[in-house]
Design a binder for this molecule. Structure first.
Ligand SMILES: Nc1nc2c(ncn2[C@@H]2O[C@H](COP(=O)(O)OP(=O)(O)OP(=O)(O)O)[C@@H](O)[C@H]2O)c(=O)[nH]1
Ligand SMILES: [Mg+2]
Length: 379
C-alpha cells in the first residue's frame, strides 16, 4: 500500500526543498514517489519547481488540504489507482495548522484503505527559531499574538519536528533552535537537517520507512490526540498575510540575452526594499517571497524568507532571450499593495536594469486567506 507523508511548517521553512531532496533519496533507494503541492491560489512556484525536477506532481489549489479535503481524497485516489507509488509526499500551505485534526485523523478513521500514513512532520525554520533568530522576540511558549499561536501550534501538533537549514547555523545556534522546539513540544522526536547539504536526509528516509504502523496507519510519528485550537485567532493569523501569485515574460532587447539569476535578484531587491522593514516584534513582513525563472534550458528558484535572501538553488543557468518569471509573495500587507509593488516598482526595475527589454503576458492573482472551514475537525 502507498504510504503518505504530510509536511507542515510555516511559510518559507523549507518544505518544498526537503520534499524534493527526500523524494530523490527515496528514488535512489528504489522507491517511487509522487508529490502533492497545495496553495490558496494558482500559478505556483512550488508545483513548477517540483515538476521541473522530474517528479509526478499534483497540486491542490484554491484552499488548504483541510478545507479542500474532498479534493485531497480524489487526488490520493487517483494517485493510488494510476501511479501506485511507494510514497506520496504532500506539502501543506505554510500558514495552515491543525492538520492532525483536519487531515490526519479523517484519513486514519475513514480512509485507511486508501493509503497508509507514514508520517506527519512539522518543519521549523532554523534561521528563525535559533538563538537571535527572527522569532527570538515571539512568545511561542506562551502564545498571545495570532502569529505566535499559529507557529506554536504547528510545532506542538506533530510528533516529529525538524529544525531545517542547519547549514546556515553555528553549533550553538542549532542547539538553541533544538532547545526551543523541545520547550514547545516536549514529547516530539526532534532532529536537525539541511536539505542543502543533505545532512540528516538518509536518517529521515529511514525514519519514513519505519514510520507507518500496520493496518490503521496509526503508528510512530502520528500523535494520537490533536491539540485544540481557537479558530478565531487562527483565522486572524492567516488574514495578516496578503497572497500574490503572478507571472510574466521578460524578453531581452534585440540581439541580447538576460541572465536569469540577475533578473531574479532585481525582483528580490525591490521587494526587500519596498516591503521588508522589520516590525516591532522582530518579525519581517515578508514571510516568503519566491521566484522561479524559467528558460528553454531549465529554471532557477530563489527568494526571501523572513529577513533573509535565499541563495539560488542553481548557480549557473545561461542567459536567454525570453525568461518566464513566476513570483509568489506571502507578506503582511493588503494583497493590493503587493500587486501595486510588483506592477509599479518591480516591473519598472526590470525595464531599467535590462534596457529595451519588454514585459508581456502579465497575469496575477491576489487574495487574503479566508477563515479556515475544514471539512472535518476531529479531536
Ligand atoms: N541554506 C539553506 N536554505 C534552504 C534549505 N532548505 C530550504 N532553503 C531555502 O529556503 C527557502 C524556502 O524554502 P522552501 O522549500 O521553498 O520553503 P517552503 O516551506 O516550501 O515555503 P512555502 O511553500 O512558501 O511555505 C528557499 O529559498 C530554499 O532554497 C536548507 O537546508 N539550507
Ligand atoms: Mg513550498
Amino acid at each position: 500500500m502507498t504510504k503518505i507523508l504530510l509536511l507542515s511548517g510555516f511559510l518559507g521553512s523549507g518544505k518544498t526543498t526537503l520534499m524534493l531532496k527526500l523524494a530523490g533519496e527515496l528514488q535512489r533507494r528504489g522507491n517511487s514517489v509522487s508529490l502533492i503541492t497545495n496553495d490558496q491560489g494558482n500559478n505556483l512556484v512550488d508545483t513548477g519547481y517540483a515538476a521541473a525536477a522530474g517528479f509526478d506532481t499534483r497540486e491542490i489549489t484554491g484552499g488548504c488540504f483541510c478545507c479542500k479535503f474532498p479534493d485531497l481524497l480524489s487526488t490520493l485516489s487517483s494517485i493510488a489507482e494510476v501511479q501506485q507509488p511507494d510514497y506520496v509526499i504532500a506539502e501543506a500551505v505554510g500558514s495552515c495548522t491543525d492538520l492532525n485534526a483536519t487531515v490526519i485523523q479523517p484519513l486514519l478513521l475513514y480512509h485507511s484503505d486508501l493509503m497508509q500514513i507514514a508520517g506527519f512532520w512539522a518543519l521549523a525554520d532554523g534561521f528563525r527559531f535559533s538563538f537571535a533568530g527572527e522569532y527570538t522576540n515571539l512568545a511561542l511558549e506562551q502564545p498571545v499574538l495570532p502569529l505566535e499561536v499559529l507557529v506554536s501550534h504547528q510545532i506542538s501538533e506533530s510528533a516529529v519536528v525538524l529544525l531545517t537549514k542547519c547549514d546556515l547555523l553555528t553549533a550553538e545556534e542549532q542547539q538553541a533552535g533544538l532547545d526551543r522546539i523541545r520547550r514547545l513540544n516536549p514529547n516530539a522526536e526532534i532532529a536537525a537537517c539541511s536539505a542543502k547539504t543533505g545532512e540528516g536526509l538518509k536518517e529521515l528516509a529511514e525514519r519514513l520507512r519505519r514510520g507507518g504502523g500496520s493496518g490503521s496507519g496509526r503508528g510512530m510519528g502520528i500523535p494520537p490526540h490533536p491539540i485544540p485550537l481557537n479558530y478565531d485567532v487562527y483565522a486572524e493569523a492567516e488574514a495578516e498575510y496578503g497572497w500574490y501569485n503572478g507571472s510574466w515574460n521578460l524578453k531581452a532587447a534585440e540581439g541580447e540575452t538576460i541572465n536569469p539569476a540577475n533578473a531574479a535578484a532585481a525582483v528580490l531587491d525591490v521587494l526587500q526594499e519596498e516591503l521588508n522593514t522589520v516590525r516591532n516584534n522582530g518579525v519581517f513582513p515578508i514571510a516568503h517571497a519566491k521566484i522561479q525563472v524559467i528558460t528553454a534550458e531549465g529554471s532557477i528558484k530563489t527568494g526571501i524568507a523572513g529577513g533573509h535572501f535565499q541563495a539560488p538553488d542553481v548557480m549557473e543557468l545561461p542567459g536567454n532571450v525570453v525568461l518566464q518569471m513566476v513570483v509568489n509573495i506571502r507578506a503582511a500587507f493588503e494583497p493590493e499593495i503587493l500587486s501595486l509593488t510588483v506592477r509599479e516598482k518591480v516591473l519598472m526595475k526590470l525595464l531599467e536594469s535590462f534596457p529595451d527589454a519588454a514585459v508581456s503576458e502579465y497575469s496575477e492573482q491576489i487574495l487574503t486567506p479566508s477563515r479556515p472551514e475544514p471539512t472535518y475537525r476531529i479531536y
